[in-house]
Each structure stands twice: as structure tokens, then as C-alpha cells.
Design a protein around this ligand. Sequence first.
Ligand SMILES: [Mn+2]
Length: 330
Amino acid sequence: MQILEITSLLDECNARRILLLCHHNADPDAICSAFAFSRLLERLRPELRTEIAAAQGPSRLSKFMLKSLPATLIDQPKIEEADAIVLLDTNTVQQLDDWGRQVEASSAPIIVIDHHASHPDTENLATLIVADEKASSTCQIIYNLFKEAGVKLTSIEAKALFLGIAFDTRHFILASSATLKILADLTEAGVKAGEALSSLSLPIVLSERIARLKAGKRVKVLRINNWLLAFSHVSAYQASAARALIALGAHVAIVAGHHGGKIQISMRANREFHEKTGVHLGRDVAKPLGEYLHGMGGGHAVSAGANGTGDLDANLKRCMTLLKETLTQT
Ligand SMILES: [Mn+2]
């Protein structure tokens, strides 16, 4: 049993202070797995003192989520004073930024709990690796450790695991049957799905709402065959506005903005558009547009951006031409 390997390792080195570390910009899976695991350790060994820290602090979404979880993170962990170090959801020490070197230099045992394929350097460094590449999330591995230990989940621990799993499975889209069974168990332990999930959606600030609505008001729609391409401009929140135009019904949304003499353009497309036309926004539109703007452009197939200098209207027109050209080539 993996939980026994963990507790016997901690017993062997007479550990008292356990430091739990999450990767930089820690996502909800990293934070929630650390929180739930700290509670499990404290239940199994009440004499242990656990501390949780994330390199560069948690992500914006995690910070928001932490408002509804009683987890406390420390800013400056004393890595050299830890009797044991646990890395969660983190497969290389590079993901710990500046703390990585201190972890490498530490003589304390290092335990890695992760659902990513483990890195050879980490295998050399770790005293014990608890890994399961089939697990949806690190939280799923922590759930299994609770089960192995025979420790009943409290509703708050269940909620943390639920949130980590929800985040890493993109709100259950990627959940396997094993994961869904775990979710059923977490629900029985007291998780209210709707209420829990609300802590994973960032509230939209007023200025962002206004930007989205302005983008809608100013939109120009170009129809090519049965594809609807939406063009608009706002001075801030271009990416959010582009996503909003896709939600309204556009297949492609291009939103430009002027800020401090610079032009910024965000592009989004829906999956169907990319799959049927083969148009890759990053490669076919953002990259050449970046060159045209004397700046930079690039990105993914359905999400890209470019920036540089020039005239807003001229650039939106350039964008239209690039899209038209690419579409007629396909
Ligand atoms: Mn994860």
C-alpha cells in the first residue's frame, strides 16, 4: 500500500515538519491535493506539522477558489528546515522556480505525488514516487490514499478533491468511469456539486462585461460560405471579448485593441471551424499578421494573438484578407 510506504518513510526519519510544495502558478488540482493530503497526514500522524506553499503563489483561479476552502498557503517556506518534502502535481523541480535548487540541495526525503509521466531527473531525486498516469488528477491519487488508509473523508476534504478533479477533467469532460465513481463517493461525503463548482468560475469584473458588450455592439460580420467571421475592437479585454463573440455564434472572432500606441489582436475560432477548414489561427493568421504589424504573432489552432504597431482598421482589414485567402486555399 502506497500510504504505508509514505507513513513508514516519515516514521523512519522521525519527521515532524512536512512541507508540501505545488508547482508555480498552482492550479486547483495542485492546491487541493496538497490541502487534502495535509489533512490525511495530520489524521494519521497528529504530531505532524504540515505547511503548504506554491512557487510564485497560486493561480488567479486558485486564489478565488481558496475563498471557499480553509487551506492556508505560506509565502516563504523554510525549505531547509523541513524534515520531509512532498511535491504535488509537480513533475520536475524546475516547476518550483527558485525553490527547485533548495529542494535539490535538501537532505530531507522527497516524496512526489503526481499523475504526469515522471521525469528521469525527478526519479533520481525522489525518495518515493507515488504516480498514476491513468489518474485524472493528483486529487484522484490522494482520494485513493484516503481509501487505502481507511480514513473517512470529511465534507471539506471531499470538496477539495472534487474541485481538483473538476478542474483537471475540464469539468468532467475528460472523466473516466473510475473518476465518475469517485465523484459519486465524494458527493455522498457531502459535496454539493453546483455550489462547489461555483468556486471554479471567476467572477467577471464590470469593465470586462462592458468590453464584451461593446465588442458585440461594434461587431462586423463577414460571411464566407457558411462560416461567420466576426471582427470588432475594444481597448481592453480583447481575449474575453473574442470568446464572447464565439459564444454569441461566430465561427471566428477577431478583436483588436489600441493600448499605449500598441495594437493587440486576439483571435478565437470554434473547433468545428478548425476541423473542417484546416485553418490554424496561430500559423495562418496571427503569425503573418504579427509580421505585418512589425511585432509578434502566434498561438494555437483555435486561440491566437498578435501585437505590434499600426492602424487599427487597416489591421482588421489585413486580418480579413488573410482569413479569406486561407479559406479559399482550403
Ligand atoms: Mn493536475
